[in-house]
Design a protein around this ligand. Structure first.
Ligand code: 5GP
Ligand code: ZN
Length: 115
């Protein structure tokens, strides 16, 4: 999608510090962090939300995303004290950027409220 901000970051059209990259996914810092460490992991391919994942993407792409998350958790030393993985999906889920992304939040005690 030509006007998608995360597609532009994935393609390097908006210069960003990429914290993890392979053929399928990239990760970078959230521009408006909600915790001391707030990272975003996205597929390079434009997929609007989790609802739009195909069966093949669930089988092949989601493991790539969680491999990236696993790598970043270790790199940012989040494994000892814990962290949160968040995917907001659609309007009621509070999704504001319609390119699938997983938040990793950590570095402090997070609030328990989920709703
Ligand atoms: P959502 O609310 O869709 O789950 O999360 C979107 C996230 O993307 C927000 O936390 C927001 O701060 C972040 N974000 C929006 N635009 C940009 C951008 O241009 N660069 C980066 N690094 N993060 C962005
Ligand atoms: Zn996109």
């Amino acid at each position: 999608m030509s006007d998608c901000i995360f597609c532009k970051i994935a393609k390097g059209e908006i210069p960003s510090e990429l914290l993890y990259e392979n053929q399928h996914v990239v990760a970078f810092k959230d521009i408006n962090p909600q915790a001391p460490i707030h990272l975003l992991v996205i597929p390079k391919e434009h997929i609007p939300s989790a609802t739009d994942l195909t069966a093949i993407q669930i089988k092949e792409l989601i493991p790539e995303i969680f491999t990236a998350i696993h790598h970043l958790v270790k790199e940012f030393n989040l494994d000892s004290k814990g962290y949160r993985i968040v995917n907001n999906c659609g309007q009621f889920g509070g999704q504001s950027v319609t390119h699938l992304h997983f938040h990793i939040l950590g570095g402090q005690q997070l609030q328990l409220s989920l709703g």
